[in-house]
Design a protein around this ligand. Structure first.
Ligand code: MN
Length: 131
């Protein structure tokens, strides 16, 4: 059985390069990584796993990541899961929209590795291997 004290992080990202980077960065933290590459699978995996943190790309091939957030916020089991939006730097207004819909935080892409580590620590707590 999986160790219940290890938090699960669901990464929603359709770009393979970004997914690989996020996976590599999360390897520094004590967590289990689950992945989804579409809005539909993100909703399904979030409801199935009830992860401790969700990193949510907003531009997905089958829809808007914020629509997934809106749906998760409407469900009792997932309404309090911390969600960090991953927004394209050029998309002005994405950060405000993300917060308004219920994201706790956001990171702009390309991902700054230092900010990423700080955000993940904030929601998962400090872990060995981080320093
Ligand atoms: Mn995308």
């Amino acid at each position: 059985m999986a160790d219940p004290t290890v938090p699960t992080v669901l990464v929603v990202e359709d770009n393979a390069t970004n997914m690989a980077l996020v996976r590599a960065l999360l390897a520094r933290h004590r967590c289990r990584v689950a992945e989804a590459t579409s809005a539909a699978s993100a909703l399904e995996e979030a409801r199935r796993l009830l992860p401790q943190l969700i990193l949510m790309d907003l531009q997905l091939p089958d829809g808007d990541g914020l629509e997934v957030v809106r749906q998760l916020r409407a469900l009792p089991d997932s309404q309090h899961i911390p969600i960090i939006a991953l927004t394209a730097h050029a998309m002005a207004g994405d950060a405000d929209r993300a917060r308004a819909i219920g994201c706790d935080d956001y990171l702009t892409k390309p991902i700054d590795t230092r900010s990423f580590g700080q955000r993940v620590e904030r929601y998962l707590g400090k872990t060995e291997g981080e320093r």
